[in-house]
Design a protein around this ligand. Structure first.
Ligand SMILES: Cc1ncc(COP(=O)(O)O)c(C=O)c1O
Length: 431
Protein backbone atom coordinates (compact mmCIF):
# COMPACT_ATOMS: atom_id res chain seq x y z
CA UNK A 1 0.00 0.00 0.00
CA UNK A 2 1.33 3.43 -0.88
CA UNK A 3 0.83 5.86 1.97
CA UNK A 4 -0.45 9.22 0.86
CA UNK A 5 1.60 12.19 1.92
CA UNK A 6 -0.67 15.01 2.99
CA UNK A 7 0.92 18.41 3.25
CA UNK A 8 -0.63 21.80 3.77
CA UNK A 9 -0.71 23.93 0.66
CA UNK A 10 1.24 27.17 0.70
CA UNK A 11 -1.01 30.22 0.90
CA UNK A 12 0.18 33.73 0.30
CA UNK A 13 -0.40 36.44 2.88
CA UNK A 14 -0.51 34.21 5.95
CA UNK A 15 2.48 34.12 8.34
CA UNK A 16 4.10 30.75 7.76
CA UNK A 17 2.17 30.56 4.50
CA UNK A 18 -0.41 28.00 5.58
CA UNK A 19 -3.69 27.83 7.39
CA UNK A 20 -3.88 25.79 10.59
CA UNK A 21 -7.52 24.97 9.99
CA UNK A 22 -6.61 23.43 6.61
CA UNK A 23 -3.90 21.39 8.32
CA UNK A 24 -6.48 20.04 10.79
CA UNK A 25 -7.99 17.99 7.97
CA UNK A 26 -4.83 15.83 8.08
CA UNK A 27 -5.42 14.90 11.73
CA UNK A 28 -8.18 12.33 12.38
CA UNK A 29 -8.40 13.29 16.07
CA UNK A 30 -10.19 16.48 15.08
CA UNK A 31 -13.01 14.41 13.63
CA UNK A 32 -13.90 13.18 17.14
CA UNK A 33 -16.90 14.90 18.69
CA UNK A 34 -16.12 16.39 22.11
CA UNK A 35 -18.34 15.59 25.10
CA UNK A 36 -19.94 19.03 24.86
CA UNK A 37 -20.47 18.79 21.11
CA UNK A 38 -18.06 21.68 20.58
CA UNK A 39 -15.14 21.61 18.17
CA UNK A 40 -11.94 20.31 19.75
CA UNK A 41 -9.49 23.16 20.27
CA UNK A 42 -6.30 21.30 21.04
CA UNK A 43 -3.80 23.53 22.83
CA UNK A 44 -1.64 20.91 24.51
CA UNK A 45 1.07 20.11 21.97
CA UNK A 46 3.71 20.79 24.60
CA UNK A 47 2.50 17.67 26.44
CA UNK A 48 2.05 15.54 23.33
CA UNK A 49 0.90 16.23 19.80
CA UNK A 50 -1.87 14.63 17.76
CA UNK A 51 -0.74 12.51 14.81
CA UNK A 52 -1.42 13.24 11.16
CA UNK A 53 -3.08 10.48 9.16
CA UNK A 54 0.13 9.86 7.23
CA UNK A 55 1.94 8.82 10.44
CA UNK A 56 -0.88 6.51 11.49
CA UNK A 57 -1.14 5.01 8.00
CA UNK A 58 2.61 4.58 7.65
CA UNK A 59 2.71 2.67 10.94
CA UNK A 60 -0.29 0.49 10.02
CA UNK A 61 1.34 -0.21 6.66
CA UNK A 62 4.65 -1.10 8.33
CA UNK A 63 2.93 -3.57 10.66
CA UNK A 64 0.75 -5.00 7.90
CA UNK A 65 3.30 -5.38 5.11
CA UNK A 66 6.86 -4.66 6.20
CA UNK A 67 7.21 -6.04 9.69
CA UNK A 68 10.03 -8.25 10.95
CA UNK A 69 12.82 -7.77 13.47
CA UNK A 70 15.63 -5.52 12.28
CA UNK A 71 19.39 -6.04 11.83
CA UNK A 72 19.05 -9.81 12.30
CA UNK A 73 17.28 -11.53 9.47
CA UNK A 74 18.86 -12.53 6.23
CA UNK A 75 15.46 -12.82 4.59
CA UNK A 76 13.78 -10.21 2.46
CA UNK A 77 11.15 -9.06 4.95
CA UNK A 78 13.72 -8.37 7.66
CA UNK A 79 15.94 -6.53 5.21
CA UNK A 80 12.92 -4.45 4.18
CA UNK A 81 12.10 -3.62 7.83
CA UNK A 82 15.76 -2.78 8.50
CA UNK A 83 15.92 -0.50 5.46
CA UNK A 84 12.80 1.39 6.63
CA UNK A 85 14.10 1.64 10.20
CA UNK A 86 17.49 2.94 9.04
CA UNK A 87 15.83 5.33 6.58
CA UNK A 88 14.07 6.88 9.58
CA UNK A 89 17.44 7.39 11.24
CA UNK A 90 18.70 9.18 8.12
CA UNK A 91 15.60 11.40 8.09
CA UNK A 92 16.20 12.27 11.72
CA UNK A 93 19.85 13.09 11.02
CA UNK A 94 18.77 15.40 8.20
CA UNK A 95 16.13 17.02 10.38
CA UNK A 96 18.65 18.08 13.02
CA UNK A 97 21.50 18.53 10.53
CA UNK A 98 23.65 15.85 12.16
CA UNK A 99 26.91 15.25 10.29
CA UNK A 100 26.11 11.53 10.21
CA UNK A 101 23.13 9.30 11.01
CA UNK A 102 25.60 7.17 12.99
CA UNK A 103 25.47 9.89 15.63
CA UNK A 104 21.71 9.44 16.13
CA UNK A 105 20.75 6.93 18.80
CA UNK A 106 17.13 5.81 18.99
CA UNK A 107 15.81 5.84 22.54
CA UNK A 108 12.29 5.94 23.98
CA UNK A 109 12.08 9.68 24.65
CA UNK A 110 14.02 12.77 25.69
CA UNK A 111 14.03 11.54 29.29
CA UNK A 112 15.86 8.38 28.29
CA UNK A 113 18.27 10.33 26.08
CA UNK A 114 19.27 12.55 29.02
CA UNK A 115 19.55 9.56 31.34
CA UNK A 116 21.78 7.83 28.79
CA UNK A 117 24.17 10.77 28.91
CA UNK A 118 24.00 11.05 32.70
CA UNK A 119 24.72 7.35 33.17
CA UNK A 120 27.20 6.69 30.38
CA UNK A 121 29.09 9.96 29.89
CA UNK A 122 28.35 11.29 33.38
CA UNK A 123 29.50 8.29 35.43
CA UNK A 124 32.72 8.23 33.38
CA UNK A 125 33.52 11.93 33.21
CA UNK A 126 32.07 13.58 36.30
CA UNK A 127 33.79 12.91 39.60
CA UNK A 128 34.10 14.08 43.15
CA UNK A 129 34.34 17.86 43.43
CA UNK A 130 33.20 18.42 39.84
CA UNK A 131 30.31 20.70 38.91
CA UNK A 132 27.38 20.19 36.57
CA UNK A 133 25.29 23.22 35.65
CA UNK A 134 21.64 23.18 34.69
CA UNK A 135 19.01 25.92 34.98
CA UNK A 136 15.95 26.75 37.03
CA UNK A 137 13.69 26.58 34.00
CA UNK A 138 14.25 22.92 33.19
CA UNK A 139 11.79 20.08 32.94
CA UNK A 140 12.42 17.49 35.66
CA UNK A 141 13.91 15.27 32.92
CA UNK A 142 16.86 17.65 32.77
CA UNK A 143 17.21 17.99 36.53
CA UNK A 144 16.70 14.66 38.28
CA UNK A 145 19.26 12.63 36.25
CA UNK A 146 21.89 15.26 37.15
CA UNK A 147 20.83 15.28 40.81
CA UNK A 148 21.26 11.51 40.88
CA UNK A 149 24.61 11.64 39.09
CA UNK A 150 26.00 14.36 41.36
CA UNK A 151 24.78 12.66 44.54
CA UNK A 152 26.37 9.39 43.44
CA UNK A 153 29.80 10.71 42.44
CA UNK A 154 30.11 13.56 44.96
CA UNK A 155 29.75 16.36 42.41
CA UNK A 156 27.76 19.58 42.81
CA UNK A 157 24.74 20.52 40.74
CA UNK A 158 24.19 24.24 40.21
CA UNK A 159 21.16 25.98 38.73
CA UNK A 160 21.34 29.13 36.63
CA UNK A 161 18.75 31.57 38.01
CA UNK A 162 15.90 32.97 35.92
CA UNK A 163 14.72 36.54 35.69
CA UNK A 164 11.22 37.78 36.51
CA UNK A 165 10.23 37.40 32.86
CA UNK A 166 11.55 33.87 32.60
CA UNK A 167 14.91 34.36 30.88
CA UNK A 168 18.19 32.91 32.00
CA UNK A 169 20.09 35.32 34.22
CA UNK A 170 23.19 35.86 32.12
CA UNK A 171 25.30 37.27 34.98
CA UNK A 172 24.52 34.22 37.05
CA UNK A 173 25.40 31.94 34.13
CA UNK A 174 28.71 33.75 33.63
CA UNK A 175 29.51 33.39 37.34
CA UNK A 176 28.66 29.70 37.32
CA UNK A 177 30.83 29.09 34.27
CA UNK A 178 33.87 30.52 36.06
CA UNK A 179 36.37 27.89 37.19
CA UNK A 180 36.23 26.97 40.87
CA UNK A 181 39.55 25.97 42.47
CA UNK A 182 40.97 26.00 38.96
CA UNK A 183 38.37 23.47 37.75
CA UNK A 184 35.89 24.31 34.99
CA UNK A 185 32.33 22.96 35.16
CA UNK A 186 31.97 19.65 33.34
CA UNK A 187 28.62 20.20 31.66
CA UNK A 188 25.93 22.77 30.95
CA UNK A 189 22.58 20.98 30.46
CA UNK A 190 19.84 23.32 29.28
CA UNK A 191 16.54 23.42 27.45
CA UNK A 192 16.34 25.07 24.07
CA UNK A 193 12.71 25.94 24.89
CA UNK A 194 11.14 25.92 28.35
CA UNK A 195 7.98 23.83 28.48
CA UNK A 196 6.62 25.80 31.46
CA UNK A 197 7.37 29.37 30.31
CA UNK A 198 7.92 29.13 26.57
CA UNK A 199 11.30 30.88 26.81
CA UNK A 200 13.61 30.26 23.84
CA UNK A 201 17.21 30.13 24.97
CA UNK A 202 19.94 31.36 22.60
CA UNK A 203 21.63 27.96 22.58
CA UNK A 204 24.27 28.76 19.97
CA UNK A 205 25.56 31.67 22.02
CA UNK A 206 25.26 29.85 25.36
CA UNK A 207 27.06 26.82 23.93
CA UNK A 208 29.94 29.04 22.88
CA UNK A 209 30.17 30.54 26.39
CA UNK A 210 30.12 27.09 27.98
CA UNK A 211 32.73 25.72 25.60
CA UNK A 212 34.96 28.73 26.24
CA UNK A 213 34.65 27.91 29.94
CA UNK A 214 35.64 24.29 29.29
CA UNK A 215 32.21 22.62 29.74
CA UNK A 216 30.36 20.33 27.35
CA UNK A 217 26.77 21.22 26.46
CA UNK A 218 23.61 19.13 26.38
CA UNK A 219 20.60 20.72 24.70
CA UNK A 220 17.17 19.44 25.67
CA UNK A 221 15.29 19.99 22.40
CA UNK A 222 12.07 18.25 23.49
CA UNK A 223 10.12 21.50 23.07
CA UNK A 224 12.06 23.00 20.18
CA UNK A 225 12.64 20.21 17.66
CA UNK A 226 8.86 19.99 16.97
CA UNK A 227 8.46 23.74 16.46
CA UNK A 228 11.53 25.40 14.94
CA UNK A 229 14.68 24.59 13.03
CA UNK A 230 17.14 22.63 15.16
CA UNK A 231 20.66 22.36 13.81
CA UNK A 232 23.24 20.60 15.95
CA UNK A 233 26.11 21.88 13.84
CA UNK A 234 24.94 25.49 14.10
CA UNK A 235 24.37 25.10 17.84
CA UNK A 236 27.83 23.57 18.24
CA UNK A 237 26.50 21.50 21.16
CA UNK A 238 27.74 18.08 22.25
CA UNK A 239 24.48 16.26 23.03
CA UNK A 240 20.87 16.87 22.00
CA UNK A 241 17.74 15.09 23.22
CA UNK A 242 14.28 14.94 21.66
CA UNK A 243 10.98 13.02 21.87
CA UNK A 244 9.00 11.78 18.85
CA UNK A 245 5.56 12.08 20.44
CA UNK A 246 5.79 15.86 20.72
CA UNK A 247 6.63 16.25 17.01
CA UNK A 248 3.68 14.48 15.38
CA UNK A 249 5.31 11.06 15.78
CA UNK A 250 4.35 8.12 17.97
CA UNK A 251 5.18 7.71 21.65
CA UNK A 252 7.94 5.27 22.60
CA UNK A 253 10.52 6.74 20.24
CA UNK A 254 12.96 9.59 20.74
CA UNK A 255 16.57 10.29 20.02
CA UNK A 256 19.88 11.24 21.45
CA UNK A 257 22.30 12.94 19.12
CA UNK A 258 25.91 13.19 20.29
CA UNK A 259 29.22 14.00 18.66
CA UNK A 260 30.70 10.86 17.17
CA UNK A 261 33.86 10.97 19.26
CA UNK A 262 31.87 11.19 22.48
CA UNK A 263 29.72 8.24 21.47
CA UNK A 264 32.82 6.24 20.60
CA UNK A 265 34.35 6.96 24.00
CA UNK A 266 31.23 6.48 26.12
CA UNK A 267 30.54 3.07 27.66
CA UNK A 268 27.19 1.41 26.90
CA UNK A 269 24.15 2.40 28.95
CA UNK A 270 21.98 -0.72 28.61
CA UNK A 271 23.57 -4.04 27.72
CA UNK A 272 22.36 -7.26 26.11
CA UNK A 273 21.53 -8.24 22.55
CA UNK A 274 22.18 -6.09 19.47
CA UNK A 275 24.71 -3.84 21.19
CA UNK A 276 27.52 -6.41 20.95
CA UNK A 277 29.54 -7.92 18.14
CA UNK A 278 30.98 -10.79 20.18
CA UNK A 279 30.19 -12.40 23.51
CA UNK A 280 32.26 -15.06 25.25
CA UNK A 281 31.94 -16.47 28.73
CA UNK A 282 34.57 -13.98 29.83
CA UNK A 283 33.11 -10.79 28.39
CA UNK A 284 31.76 -8.93 25.40
CA UNK A 285 32.87 -6.60 22.64
CA UNK A 286 30.63 -3.65 21.84
CA UNK A 287 28.98 -3.05 18.53
CA UNK A 288 29.79 0.14 16.61
CA UNK A 289 27.85 3.34 17.28
CA UNK A 290 24.95 3.95 17.37
CA UNK A 291 24.09 0.26 17.91
CA UNK A 292 26.29 0.14 21.02
CA UNK A 293 23.54 2.20 22.67
CA UNK A 294 20.55 0.32 21.25
CA UNK A 295 20.32 -2.84 23.34
CA UNK A 296 17.47 -5.25 22.57
CA UNK A 297 14.79 -5.01 19.90
CA UNK A 298 14.20 -1.33 19.18
CA UNK A 299 10.88 0.45 18.67
CA UNK A 300 10.90 -0.49 14.97
CA UNK A 301 7.54 0.75 13.76
CA UNK A 302 7.67 3.78 16.06
CA UNK A 303 10.95 4.83 14.42
CA UNK A 304 9.35 4.42 10.99
CA UNK A 305 6.39 6.49 12.21
CA UNK A 306 8.76 9.18 13.43
CA UNK A 307 10.31 9.19 9.96
CA UNK A 308 6.85 9.89 8.49
CA UNK A 309 6.31 12.71 11.00
CA UNK A 310 9.66 14.21 10.00
CA UNK A 311 8.64 14.01 6.32
CA UNK A 312 5.40 15.80 7.15
CA UNK A 313 7.14 18.58 9.10
CA UNK A 314 9.87 18.90 6.49
CA UNK A 315 7.28 19.25 3.74
CA UNK A 316 5.82 22.24 5.59
CA UNK A 317 9.29 23.56 6.46
CA UNK A 318 10.43 24.23 10.02
CA UNK A 319 10.91 27.94 9.32
CA UNK A 320 7.25 28.14 8.32
CA UNK A 321 6.17 26.15 11.39
CA UNK A 322 8.02 28.65 13.57
CA UNK A 323 6.54 31.66 11.70
CA UNK A 324 3.05 30.23 12.05
CA UNK A 325 3.40 29.66 15.78
CA UNK A 326 5.07 33.01 16.35
CA UNK A 327 2.08 34.69 14.74
CA UNK A 328 -0.37 32.73 16.90
CA UNK A 329 1.69 33.50 20.00
CA UNK A 330 1.70 37.24 19.25
CA UNK A 331 -2.05 37.33 18.68
CA UNK A 332 -2.80 35.21 21.76
CA UNK A 333 -0.44 37.19 23.99
CA UNK A 334 -2.02 40.46 22.83
CA UNK A 335 -5.58 39.17 23.30
CA UNK A 336 -4.94 37.67 26.75
CA UNK A 337 -3.00 40.75 27.92
CA UNK A 338 -6.13 42.81 27.40
CA UNK A 339 -8.20 40.71 29.78
CA UNK A 340 -8.13 42.09 33.35
CA UNK A 341 -7.08 39.56 35.98
CA UNK A 342 -4.89 37.51 33.63
CA UNK A 343 -1.18 37.19 34.37
CA UNK A 344 1.07 35.85 31.63
CA UNK A 345 4.43 34.30 32.37
CA UNK A 346 7.64 34.25 30.35
CA UNK A 347 9.16 36.81 27.98
CA UNK A 348 6.76 39.11 26.07
CA UNK A 349 9.08 39.32 23.05
CA UNK A 350 7.93 36.83 20.37
CA UNK A 351 11.56 36.39 19.29
CA UNK A 352 12.37 34.76 22.62
CA UNK A 353 9.03 33.08 23.28
CA UNK A 354 7.82 29.89 21.59
CA UNK A 355 4.16 28.98 21.05
CA UNK A 356 3.59 28.13 24.70
CA UNK A 357 1.65 30.46 27.00
CA UNK A 358 1.54 29.86 30.74
CA UNK A 359 -1.08 31.93 32.52
CA UNK A 360 -2.65 32.61 35.87
CA UNK A 361 -6.17 33.91 36.42
CA UNK A 362 -6.56 35.94 39.60
CA UNK A 363 -8.77 34.13 42.08
CA UNK A 364 -9.07 30.84 40.17
CA UNK A 365 -6.89 27.76 40.58
CA UNK A 366 -5.28 26.65 37.28
CA UNK A 367 -7.00 23.25 37.52
CA UNK A 368 -10.40 24.94 37.75
CA UNK A 369 -9.48 27.11 34.78
CA UNK A 370 -8.60 24.02 32.74
CA UNK A 371 -11.87 22.34 33.73
CA UNK A 372 -13.93 25.27 32.49
CA UNK A 373 -11.80 25.39 29.33
CA UNK A 374 -12.64 21.73 28.78
CA UNK A 375 -16.36 22.54 28.88
CA UNK A 376 -15.61 25.01 26.09
CA UNK A 377 -13.82 22.31 24.05
CA UNK A 378 -10.42 23.85 24.78
CA UNK A 379 -7.82 21.25 25.85
CA UNK A 380 -4.94 22.73 27.86
CA UNK A 381 -2.59 21.51 30.56
CA UNK A 382 -2.78 22.72 34.16
CA UNK A 383 -0.24 21.92 36.84
CA UNK A 384 3.47 22.30 37.46
CA UNK A 385 4.32 20.90 33.98
CA UNK A 386 7.09 18.74 35.48
CA UNK A 387 8.95 21.96 36.19
CA UNK A 388 8.43 22.41 39.92
CA UNK A 389 11.50 24.65 40.34
CA UNK A 390 9.84 27.14 37.96
CA UNK A 391 6.73 27.17 40.16
CA UNK A 392 8.93 27.69 43.25
CA UNK A 393 10.74 30.56 41.52
CA UNK A 394 7.47 32.46 41.01
CA UNK A 395 5.90 31.21 44.24
CA UNK A 396 2.91 29.71 42.46
CA UNK A 397 1.47 26.19 42.72
CA UNK A 398 0.70 25.73 39.06
CA UNK A 399 -0.19 27.46 35.80
CA UNK A 400 -2.67 26.91 32.99
CA UNK A 401 -0.69 26.33 29.81
CA UNK A 402 -1.83 26.66 26.20
CA UNK A 403 0.53 25.47 23.48
CA UNK A 404 0.18 25.89 19.72
CA UNK A 405 1.13 23.78 16.74
CA UNK A 406 0.65 23.52 12.99
CA UNK A 407 -3.08 22.66 13.21
CA UNK A 408 -3.96 25.72 15.30
CA UNK A 409 -5.23 28.94 13.85
CA UNK A 410 -6.63 32.33 14.83
CA UNK A 411 -10.00 30.71 15.55
CA UNK A 412 -8.22 28.72 18.29
CA UNK A 413 -6.72 31.92 19.70
CA UNK A 414 -10.23 33.34 19.76
CA UNK A 415 -11.54 30.19 21.49
CA UNK A 416 -8.79 30.51 24.10
CA UNK A 417 -9.69 34.12 24.93
CA UNK A 418 -13.38 33.22 25.13
CA UNK A 419 -12.58 30.30 27.43
CA UNK A 420 -10.66 32.65 29.75
CA UNK A 421 -13.66 34.98 29.92
CA UNK A 422 -15.97 32.02 30.51
CA UNK A 423 -13.81 30.83 33.43
CA UNK A 424 -13.81 34.32 34.93
CA UNK A 425 -17.59 34.51 34.59
CA UNK A 426 -18.11 31.12 36.27
CA UNK A 427 -15.91 32.12 39.19
CA UNK A 428 -17.12 35.73 39.33
CA UNK A 429 -13.65 37.28 38.86
CA UNK A 430 -11.86 39.47 36.35
CA UNK A 431 -13.79 41.50 33.81
C1 LIG B 1 11.57 20.56 27.98
C2 LIG B 1 11.24 19.11 28.16
N1 LIG B 1 12.23 18.24 28.35
C3 LIG B 1 12.02 16.93 28.50
C4 LIG B 1 10.74 16.43 28.48
C5 LIG B 1 10.53 14.99 28.67
O1 LIG B 1 9.95 14.43 27.54
P1 LIG B 1 9.49 12.92 27.56
O2 LIG B 1 8.45 12.81 28.62
O3 LIG B 1 8.96 12.69 26.19
O4 LIG B 1 10.70 12.12 27.86
C6 LIG B 1 9.66 17.29 28.30
C7 LIG B 1 8.28 16.80 28.33
O5 LIG B 1 7.33 17.53 28.49
C8 LIG B 1 9.93 18.67 28.13
O6 LIG B 1 8.94 19.55 27.96
Amino acid sequence: MAVQQAIPKARAGIPGGFSGSAVRADFPIFENPTGTGKRLVYLDAAASSPKPRVVIDTMADAYAHHYANVHRGIYELSEDATARFEAARRKLAGFINAPSERECVFVRNATEAINLVAYSWGRTNVGEGDRVITTQLEHHANIVPWQQLCAEVGATLEYVAITDDGQLDRDDLAAKLEPRDGRPPRLLALAHVSNALGTINPVTELTRLAHDAGALVLVDAAQSAPHMPVDVQAFGCDFLALSGHKMLGPSGIGALWARRQLLEEMPPFLTGGSMIIRVTLEGAEWNEVPYKFEAGTPAIVEAIGLGAAIDYLTAIGMDRVREHEKYLFERAWAALSEIPGVRLLGPADPETHAGVISMLLDGVHPHDVATIFDHEGVAVRAGHHCAMPVMLRYDIPATTRASFYVYNDLDDVEALSSAVRAAQTVFGVGH
